[in-house]
Design a protein around this ligand. Structure first.
Ligand SMILES: NC(=O)c1ccc[n+]([C@@H]2O[C@H](COP(=O)([O-])OP(=O)(O)OC[C@H]3O[C@@H](n4cnc5c(N)ncnc54)[C@H](OP(=O)(O)O)[C@@H]3O)[C@@H](O)[C@H]2O)c1
Length: 392
C-alpha cells in the first residue's frame, strides 16, 4: 500500500487553500491531492486542477459550475460536482485520506460533519463550523477521529498540550495581534474605511477573517473554537494582545508553568503540521530569527472598544443556539461592510440587536441550526436595510 496520503482541499482557491496546495506540492513524496473546491473562482480552480490533477473537483456556485463544465472543463476526465452537496460528497470519497476544510463561513459545517462521519483525518481551518455546530461536532469527535486544528492559535495550543492530560490545564491563553485598530477608541473607529480595516499588520488572509480580525470578532470565534476543541471552560480561556504575533498561543498548567508556541507568521507551517501530525518534517518556511525578536510584549485586550470579543464570550457561555446566531449576524454584517453598505461600528451593533432578539433553543440537530441561522440572517438583513435607508 502506498504511503502517500490523498488530500481533499475544500476552499482551495482561498488563502489557506492556496497555501495548502503549496505544502502538498512541496511534499509530493507524502501527499497527493484527491479533490479541490471553489465557490466561484473557476479560473484559479482550473489552474490548480491542471497543476495537481485531482480526481474530483467541486464548484459550489451553480452558474460557475455550468460555465466550467461547458467551457474549460468540457471533456475533462475529472468528476466535477456542484453545490454544497458536491463539496460534502468530497468528504466521503474512498480516494481521500485527509480532508482539509479551508472553506470560509458556516457553509463549512456540513463538510466538517461529513469528514468526521466518514472517519477521515480532518484538518480544520474553518473555525465557523465549530462556532455554529460545536455541540454536534464534539459528539462526533468523541465517537471517532480527533480534529487537527489548522488555525495558528489552536495549532499552537494543540502542540503545547502534546503529552499532557486535559486535567492539568489551568488556562489557555490565546494571543491576538490587536489588528489594524489596536489602541484606537470607539470615536476613532466611527469612520474607518474598508481599506483600512483590510490592512492587517501581521497576516495576509481572506477578506472575511481580516475584517473579523479588525473587530476582534476573530479572536472571539477562536475562544469558542478553543472551548470545543480542547474542552476547556470559557472562564479558563484568556485573550491577551501580543502585537508581534510571534507567540501563537500558550497553555498555563496547574503548577504555574506556561508552555508557549513560537513561530513565524506563515500559515504554511501549521498547515503542514496538521497534515503530517504526529510527525514533523522540514518546512519550506524560514524559521524564526530569535536575534530579531527584540520585543515580545503582552497587553490586555480592550473589550469596551472591541465589543465583538465580549459578545463571543457571552454567546459561548449562554450556549444553545446563541453561537450560531452570533456567527450568522456577523457573517451578514461583515458581507455588508465589505460591500460598503454599512459602517465599521454597525457590525457590533447588528450582532448585539440580533442576539438580543434571539430566543435560544437546544441544538438537537442540524435542522435547528439551519432554521436559527436563517432567521438571524433575515433579521440582520432588515437591520442592514434600515441603516442604509436612514443614511441615504
Ligand atoms: N487566511 C488565514 O490565514 C487563516 C488563518 C486562520 C484561520 N483561517 C480560517 O480559515 C477559513 C478560510 O479562510 P481564508 O482566509 O482562506 O478564506 P478565503 O480566502 O476567503 O477562502 C475561502 C474559500 O472558500 C470558498 N468559499 C467561499 N464561500 C463559499 C461557499 N458559499 N460555498 C463553497 N465554497 C465557498 C472560496 O471560494 P472562492 O475563491 O470562489 O471565493 C475559497 O476557496 C476561515 O474559516 C478562516 O477563519 C484563515
Amino acid at each position: 500500500m502506498s504511503n502517500i496520503k490523498r488530500v481533499a482541499i475544500l476552499g482551495s482557491t482561498g488563502s489557506i487553500g492556496r497555501q495548502a496546495i503549496d505544502v502538498a506540492l512541496e511534499n509530493k513524496d507524502r501527499f497527493s491531492i484527491s479533490a479541490l473546491s471553489t465557490n466561484k473562482n473557476i479560473k484559479l480552480l482550473g489552474e490548480q486542477a491542471a497543476l495537481t490533477r485531482p480526481q474530483y473537483i467541486a464548484i459550489a456556485d451553480e452558474q460557475a459550475y455550468r460555465s466550467y463544465v461547458e467551457g474549460p472543463g468540457a471533456g475533462c476526465v475529472m468528476d466535477i460536482r456542484t453545490g454544497i452537496d458536491g463539496i460534502v460528497s468530497l468528504c466521503g470519497d474512498q480516494d481521500t485520506d485527509i480532508v482539509l476544510n479551508a472553506l470560509v463561513g458556516s457553509v463549512g459545517l456540513m463538510p466538517t460533519i461529513a469528514a468526521l462521519k466518514n472517519k477521515k483525518r480532518l484538518c480544520l481551518s474553518n473555525k465557523e463550523s465549530l462556532v455554529v455546530g460545536g455541540d454536534l461536532v464534539t459528539r462526533l469527535v468523541e465517537e471517532g477521529n480527533p480534529i487537527i486544528p489548522v488555525d495558528s492559535e489552536h495549532n499552537a495550543i494543540f502542540q503545547c498540550l502534546h503529552g499532557h492530560d486535559k486535567k492539568e490545564i489551568k488556562k489557555i491563553v490565546i494571543t491576538a495581534s490587536g489588528g489594524p485598530f489596536r489602541r484606537r477608541t470607539k470615536k476613532d473607529l466611527k469612520n474607518v474605511t474598508k481599506q483600512q480595516a483590510l490592512s492587517h499588520p501581521r497576516w495576509e488572509m481572506g477578506p472575511k477573517i481580516t475584517i473579523d480580525s479588525a473587530t476582534l470578532m476573530n479572536k472571539g470565534l477562536e475562544v469558542i473554537e478553543a472551548h470545543y476543541l480542547f474542552g476547556v471552560p470559557y472562564e479558563d480561556i484568556e485573550v491577551v494582545v501580543h502585537p508581534q504575533s510571534t507567540v501563537h498561543s500558550m497553555v498555563e498548567f496547574l503548577d504555574g508553568s506556561i508552555i508557549a508556541h513560537l513561530g513565524p507568521t506563515d500559515m504554511r507551517m501549521p498547515i503542514q503540521f496538521a497534515l503530517t501530525y504526529p510527525e514533523r518534517i522540514p518546512s519550506m518556511v524560514p524559521g524564526l530569527d530569535m536575534q530579531a525578536c527584540e520585543d515580545l510584549t503582552f497587553e490586555p485586550v480592550d473589550t469596551d472598544t472591541f465589543e465583538c470579543l465580549a459578545y463571543c464570550y457571552e454567546a459561548g457561555i449562554a450556549g444553545k443556539t446563541y453561537p450560531a446566531v452570533l456567527n450568522a449576524a456577523n457573517e451578514e454584517a461583515v458581507a455588508a461592510f465589505l460591500d460598503e453598505r454599512i459602517g465599521f461600528l454597525d457590525i457590533p451593533s447588528i450582532i448585539r440587536h440580533v442576539m438580543d432578539a434571539h430566543k435560544p433553543v437546544e441544538v438537537s440537530g442540524v435542522d435547528v441550526l439551519e432554521e436559527t441561522q436563517r432567521s438571524a440572517r433575515r433579521y440582520a438583513g432588515e437591520l442592514i436595510s434600515k441603516i442604509r435607508s436612514v443614511r441615504a
